[in-house]
Write a protein that binds this ligand. Structure first.
Ligand SMILES: [Fe+2]
Length: 178
């Protein structure tokens, strides 16, 4: 069984625990101890984002971000744990201020680190540095079935979360990919 499949099974079990976030964080901590295996099973030329599993409790994604592309501001509506196993994943955090978005900070999940974003987080995402980031994302809800918003980078207005809008709103970071 692949390392990712074993991990999905363990995360699903952990999500049933009384403290799902604590239990899943512990599983992700174990997984990062074997980051080499995760890197070995992540094809460099495969898709950047893969949905490994989803049910009502958890959605598990493998996500690669490129240093020259900034993913558009979006919300999740559920907490998420981000466990980075290669490179570094950078989130630019935003808060709604009336009709516009205001940047409130930056958080980086470096290789070997786990960060948590709360359910009301809004972020843009990219890879910090010159190489892609690779991470496991565990969302505590059925991510693809939530009615989530994207935010226009110019006006800050909300737009429906569709793949067409997501693609159209990607920005360049100005950092060359290494
Ligand atoms: Fe996100």
């Amino acid at each position: 069984m692949s390392t990712f499949q074993t991990l999905v099974d363990r995360i699903r079990e952990a999500a049933e625990e009384p403290d799902p976030r604590g239990a899943v964080r512990a599983v992700l901590g174990d997984a990062l101890e074997e980051a080499e295996a995760l890197r070995g099973e992540t094809p460099p030329d495969g898709p950047d984002e893969i949905n490994l599993y989803e049910d009502d409790r958890v959605s598990i994604w493998r996500s690669r971000f490129q240093p020259d592309v900034l993913m558009p501001a979006h919300e999740h509506q559920v907490p998420v744990l981000i466990a980075c196993y290669s490179g570094a994943e950078k989130s630019l955090l935003y808060a709604r201020n009336g009709e516009v978005l205001q940047q409130t900070g930056t958080v980086i999940a470096k290789e070997g680190e786990i960060i948590e974003l709360p359910e009301d987080a809004i972020h843009k995402v990219t890879a910090e540095g010159t190489r892609p980031s690779e991470a496991l994302h565990v969302y505590f809800g059925p991510l693809t079935r939530l009615d989530r918003a994207l935010f226009d980078p110019e006006s800050g207005k909300t737009l429906p979360f569709t793949m067409a809008n997501f693609e159209a709103l990607k920005q360049s970071t100005g950092n060359a990919a290494g």
